[in-house]
Design a protein around this ligand. Structure first.
Ligand code: SF4
Ligand code: SF4
Length: 298
């Protein structure tokens, strides 16, 4: 059973309509991820840049990168055909906030086309604090931050480098910077009433014993929900070379139980959709909505 949380009735209402936040909503409301953000400003050891961001999607999958204008046309077409469309999110294929112009331009266009849709954003959090005003101005109510560690000693095993304002940081320094920015961004958004979900990738031998501490910390800073997903190793990634393994389902389940007992609202229904998923859960209709085909048959 999920532990009760201190959410307002309003926030619970909002969550119940968002497929990423509510198991029930997954069956009735469709979501659409659009891929307009190719660049990333960090390196995760489980990622290989030839593919989509592993933090929100399955690795080994390459999405078509759309311009904001193309994304607008696509959303318009999908909204006309998919009545249950309730959420439009930007999650990749890199980090949306490493491509802020493209990301925010797209959100503005989507808002004009389908004003009643919920907008959501996923990020590694490195530059989040700089974009809080833009997020609030657009009325984005749902943000996901992938936080795999709060201890830089753990983080340095996950992130070999980050780049911020043209400066490259490595090792301990990289992990310290990333973690401090993630927690800062989380706190700023939560203070403004934005519903923040934290994703953590469970990496056996690296952060599995550390994730309860991550969960306590993000909860204290105002995260609404914690989603722990199993490590999926992208082909060609550092973790593949290191021979790392995904957790067994039982190990993941046990960890989720531990987090739930500590009072965090833990998400268990995430199927790790690809960054360009469209439709209800378990029913990715991406292939029905390829832009070229849509343009040919308006
Ligand atoms: Fe997002 Fe996971 Fe839901 Fe897919 S299954 S829409 S990735 S929360
Ligand atoms: Fe890859 Fe996403 Fe990590 Fe960037 S944030 S390195 S795209 S998994």
């Amino acid at each position: 059973p999920q532990a009760s949380s201190r959410l307002s009735i309003e926030a619970e209402e909002e969550l119940s309509r968002h497929p990423c936040y509510s198991e029930e909503a997954h069956r009735f409301f469709a979501r659409m991820h659009i891929t307009v953000a190719p660049a990333c400003n960090i390196q995760c050891n489980y990622c290989n840049r030839k593919f989509d961001c592993v933090n929100e999607s399955r690795p080994g999958v390459v999405s078509e990168v759309l311009t904001p204008e193309q994304a607008e046309r696509k959303v318009k077409g999908v909204a006309a055909q998919l009545m249950q469309l309730s959420v439009v999110g930007i999650a990749g294929p890199g980090d949306p906030l490493a491509n802020p112009e493209r990301t925010f331009d797209t959100f503005e266009r989507v808002k004009r086309q389908v004003p009643d849709v919920t907008l959501c954003l996923s990020t590694n959090g490195l530059t989040l604090y700089r974009h809080v005003d833009a997020i609030l101005a657009l009325g984005i109510r749902h943000v996901t931050i992938t936080i795999n560690a709060i201890d830089p000693n753990v983080g340095r095993e996950i992130y070999p480098w980050v780049i911020d304002e043209g400066i490259r940081y490595e090792g301990q320094e990289a992990a310290e910077l990333l973690i401090s920015r993630q927690l800062q961004g989380l706190e700023l958004l939560a203070q403004q009433g934005v519903l923040v979900k934290v994703n953590s990738v469970m990496i056996p031998g690296v952060n599995d014993h550390h994730l309860p501490e991550v969960s306590r910390t993000v909860k204290a800073l105002g995260a609404t929900l914690h989603n722990v997903t199993p490590l999926i190793i992208a082909p060609g990634s550092q973790y593949e070379r290191d021979g790392r393994k995904a957790p067994r389902p039982k190990e993941l389940h046990n960890l989720q139980e531990v987090l739930g007992r500590e009072g965090m609202k833990v998400m268990r229904h995430c199927r790790q959709c690809r960054a360009d998923a469209i439709g209800l859960l378990g029913q990715d209709r991406n292939q029905d909505f390829i832009l070229e085909k849509m343009d040919a048959n308006p």
